[in-house]
Ligand binder design. Structure first.
Ligand SMILES: Cc1cc2nc3c(=O)[nH]c(=O)nc-3n(C[C@H](O)[C@H](O)[C@H](O)COP(=O)(O)O)c2cc1C
Length: 186
């Protein structure tokens, strides 16, 4: 049976939402389907998480870490935690910061503690799926590589995800789906 995938995002200015659409495209290219939910706006019941085999989390960085909204979302999951409802499920991340060095990697790292407490397996993006695009230094691009795709919003939010960043997000979506589909069959 095809695995159920969700993309759970928080976004203030829309950058993470654009990356989420690219991740979704990648999942669909791999033969899957995914629904995008936004924390605190459409995802009113955190228990929804238990329905999914894998969830991709889109996170805009706040002070080198995830935003309070993301933490609040997880702090409401204690029933799931107590019953181990998310144990063995899969998570990936993609991230937006205003610029280089703004904390894409530290934000990704910070999510691992939450996933670990729930027994959720973190699926790293790695470099295997598109080494040359991920390591491209000929143009500026975001991404907490090898943790997950990403973009830079610019300090005033005016920069939008580039074609390369969207392509990388799509590759991640595809790779994530294939990983969850394979692991769910075991
Ligand atoms: C309170 C606050 C703290 C922020 N901290 C950081 C930061 O540590 N590093 C950084 O590069 N950007 C930082 N930003 C910029 C956000 O990461 C940026 O607005 C966000 O990635 C845009 O994504 P969105 O359009 O999906 O909301 C901060 C923004 C706010 C409002």
């Amino acid at each position: 049976m095809a695995p159920k995938i969700a993309i759970v995002i928080y976004t203030t200015f829309g950058h993470v939402a654009k990356l989420a659409e690219a991740e979704k495209k990648g999942i669909e290219a791999a033969g899957g389907q995914a629904t995008i939910y936004q924390i605190a706006e459409t995802l009113s019941e955190d228990v929804l998480l238990a329905q999914f085999d894998g969830v991709l989390y889109g996170i805009p960085t706040r002070f080198g870490n995830f935003p309070a909204q993301w933490k609040t979302f997880w702090d409401a999951t204690s029933p799931l935690w107590i019953y181990g409802s998310l144990y063995g499920k899969f998570a990936g991340v993609f991230i937006s910061t205003s610029s280089h060095g703004g904390g894409q990697e530290s934000t990704a790292l910070a999510t691992i503690s939450t996933f670990t407490h729930h027994g959720i397996s973190f699926v790293p993006f790695g470099y295997a799926h598109s080494f040359s695009k991920l390591t491209n230094l000929t143009e500026v691009h975001g991404g907490a590589l090898p943790w997950g795709a990403g973009t830079f919003s610019g300090s005033d939010g005016s920069r939008q995800p580039t074609a390369l960043e969207l392509e990388i997000a799509e590759i991640q979506g595809k790779a994530f789906y294939v990983h969850v589909a394979k692991s769910s069959q075991k």
